[in-house]
Design a protein around this ligand. Structure first.
Ligand code: G1P
Length: 299
């Protein structure tokens, strides 16, 4: 089955990226030339997604503005014969429909996904976190592969996972594989942000999920955690508890996830994407080598 609809939660406060996110959404921070959320949209479209629902919140209007048609800007670029730039900001070319709804209270990722219930209807759908880019320049086919796995395994849920250093398990949802953790495998347990000593593996949930609509009933059954948040990970655990198939797809190294939710990983992602820029990458590489040479000399 081709997955056509995606829910993209972008309502989080972005507290780990303050002060950069005080008055702008973290999803709008640039990584090299584009805001993060534009990479996410381009990735989804290239994987066959035709409808995207953003779950927004207060202060997230610039995301809607970014994907809107802007006649004045278009006229200016056309008159200035800037066809290449015109192409880049013409989101009509993507042939995707954008929808927006607000999560009025910050009650966690599970609650945000629940806001997409009417949108998803009876069909399986994708959840793509708006602060995670898959693959350099978002050139990832992981979502299309996950959709095949969803069909082949008759799954209720397929999750993208990646290995993280043991010391970082407390930043992610961690899965426990049934057997080996290579390629595609069934998940028997999940823990949201465990301490390294409690983590059942080092395989972290990597921001892309395919769900059967049955997930909405599970989310409704989840009790809020200590911070009052409804965790999506807990809803997936309920699927496992009911004996439903929850399958993980391990991302290959070329499809790795760029997590923009914290500064170290944001800095690294920016530099890697800037180095890959066809026009400015080579010059930036020289500048970086100069800077690194200087810091080695003063160390
Ligand atoms: C969320 C999920 C977590 C997942 C992570 C991926 O956490 O709850 O399971 O591993 O996204 O980025 P958050 O980063 O919103 O705290």
């Amino acid at each position: 089955m081709v997955i056509k609809s995606a829910v993209v939660p972008v309502a989080g406060y972005g507290t780990r990226l303050l002060p950069a996110t005080k008055s702008q959404p973290k999803e709008m921070l640039p990584v090299a030339r584009k805001p993060i959320v534009q990479y996410v949209v381009e990735e989804l479209v290239s994987n066959g997604i035709e409808r995207i629902l953003f779950i927004t919140g207060r202060g997230k209007n610039s995301i809607e503005n970014h994907f809107d048609h802007d006649p004045e800007l278009f006229r200016m670029l056309a008159e200035g014969k800037k066809q290449d730039l015109l192409q880049e900001v013409d989101f009509e070319r993507l042939k995707t429909n954008f929808f927006y709804t607000r999560q009025r209270l910050q009650k966690g990722l599970g609650d945000a996904v629940l806001c997409g219930e009417n949108f998803a209807g009876e069909a399986p759908f994708l959840v793509a976190l708006g602060d995670s880019i898959l693959g350099l320049n978002a050139l990832s086919r992981a979502v299309a592969h996950m959709a095949e796995v969803y069909d082949d395994r008759h799954a209720s849920c397929v999750i993208a996972v990646e290995e993280v250093p043991r010391g970082q398990t407390r930043h992610y949802g961690i899965v426990q594989p049934e057997k080996s953790g290579d390629g595609v495998f069934r998940v028997v347990n999940l823990v949201e942000k465990p301490r390294p000593e409690d983590a059942p593996s080092n395989l972290a949930i990597a921001g892309r999920y395919i769900f059967s609509p049955v997930i909405f009933d599970m989310i409704r059954r989840v009790k809020p955690d200590a911070r009052g948040e409804i965790q999506l990970t807990d809803a997936i655990q309920l699927l496992c508890d009911e004996g439903r198939r929850v399958v993980a797809v391990k991302l290959s190294s070329e499809e790795r996830r760029y997590d923009i939710g914290n500064f170290p990983s944001y800095f690294e992602s920016f530099v890697e994407f800037a180095l890959a820029d066809p026009e400015y990458g080579p010059g930036f590489r020289r500048a970086l080598e100069r800077l690194l040479g200087k810091s080695a000399a003063t160390a």
